[in-house]
Design a protein around this ligand. Structure first.
Ligand SMILES: [Zn+2]
Length: 344
């Protein structure tokens, strides 16, 4: 990456209302058949254009072709029955009706590879592509086959590795695994969660990232955050082992959160995507607020390893709010970039 402090988003961006109902998760598509296929491609073009206008350096698909960051990937796999649903607790936080694993899981065909090729053909900028992480995948399913969280996660890691290798071949520069579950199941993360992640990135030459956050700005998450006290030290549990792992980049929630920023010292040496935009409020950050979060992070992260980003995905927000937040991110990063360049 040539630019200092290259900006990116954590993942999802709002979809146009002609493609899906706005401002909600699991939003139903408003098109069908060929119109839906065309609509998704047009939405990819629009989201790319908006990121570039806002000044985002590492662009993404904004998850325009998926209904949900975990479910859509799982829908493409064999061994999972979406008709046969059971109610489980997601990340110890809220109940959801989820599909059942009924046999060996496998990838029937590439999931996002055509979308990635399409995006690659539209831009020369570096592309980041998000996939769900193995531990977060198993946490959204009822397992009636492997009957072992670790075994199922390992199978998913192998499937993710197949997809990741094809995304790399399609020209993706950074492959990111979303693991909000890393903020909840600390013992499992250290026992086998990080090992599964390393299996998922095996043999990749592109950069790899893991995104660990406190979730979208939906009520179940904001209610959970209220129970976490004044200092959110969850990252402290998994950082030491992540620091030792082969993952290149760690993407984190930092702005407006109660994460003590000094915890970043525990992942010294890694590249860090610092969340400098709050996704749980419609208030637009000022560039100076963004700059302040980045300056704080710079006390613990070397400038050439700091990637300004958003706390999480922006899908549930309005397009207008998301656009303004991306502009604030880019302008805030530019302030700090100028400071670093004049200092040295
Ligand atoms: Zn997130």
């Amino acid at each position: 990456m040539k630019v200092l402090l290259p900006t990116s988003t954590a993942g999802s961006l709002p979809k146009p209302r002609w493609l899906a109902e706005p401002e909600q998760l699991w939003s139903p598509w408003t098109l069908t058949g060929d119109a839906l296929v065309d609509g998704k491609q047009d939405a990819l073009r629009v989201t790319l254009h908006e990121q570039q206008l806002a000044g985002v350096d590492i662009v993404s698909d904004g998850e325009q072709t998926r209904q949900h960051f975990v479910t859509t990937f799982i829908e493409h796999l064999a061994g999972v029955d979406f008709e046969n649903r059971k109610t489980v607790r997601i990340r110890n936080r809220y109940d959801a009706s989820v599909p059942t694993v009924i046999g060996p899981v496998s990838r029937k065909a590439p999931v996002f590879v055509d979308d990635a090729k399409f995006l690659r053909a539209q831009t020369d900028k570096p592309i980041k592509w998000a996939l769900p992480g193995p531990m977060t995948m198993i946490d959204t399913l009822y397992d009636d086959h492997y009957k072992s969280r670790e075994k199922l996660a390992w199978e998913f890691a192998k499937i993710l590795n197949q997809e990741a290798k094809e995304l790399e071949a399609a020209g993706v520069n950074i492959i990111q695994f979303d693991e909000p579950a890393f903020n909840v199941f600390f013992d499992e993360v250290n026992d086998w969660g990080i090992a599964c992640l390393e299996r998922a990135i095996e043999g990749l030459n592109c950069e790899t990232a893991v995104h660990i956050c406190y979730g979208y700005g939906i009520k179940a998450n904001t209610d959970w955050k209220k129970t976490l006290g004044n200092k959110w030290r969850q990252y402290e549990e998994v950082f030491p082992k992540l620091q030792q792992s082969n993952i290149d980049i760690i993407s984190l929630e930092c702005h407006n959160s109660r994460v003590p920023i000094e915890l970043l010292a525990l992942i010294r040496g890694k590249k860090v995507m610092v969340g400098a935009i709050d996704v749980a409020t419609n208030e637009i950050e000022t560039p100076e607020e963004v700059a302040n979060t980045l300056r704080e992070a710079l006390k613990y992260v070397d400038a050439d390893k700091l990637y300004p980003s958003t706390n999480c995905g922006l899908a549930p927000l309005s397009r207008e709010v998301a656009r303004d937040k991306l502009s604030a991110l880019a302008t805030g990063a530019a302030i700090v970039r100028a400071e670093l360049e004049s200092a040295g």
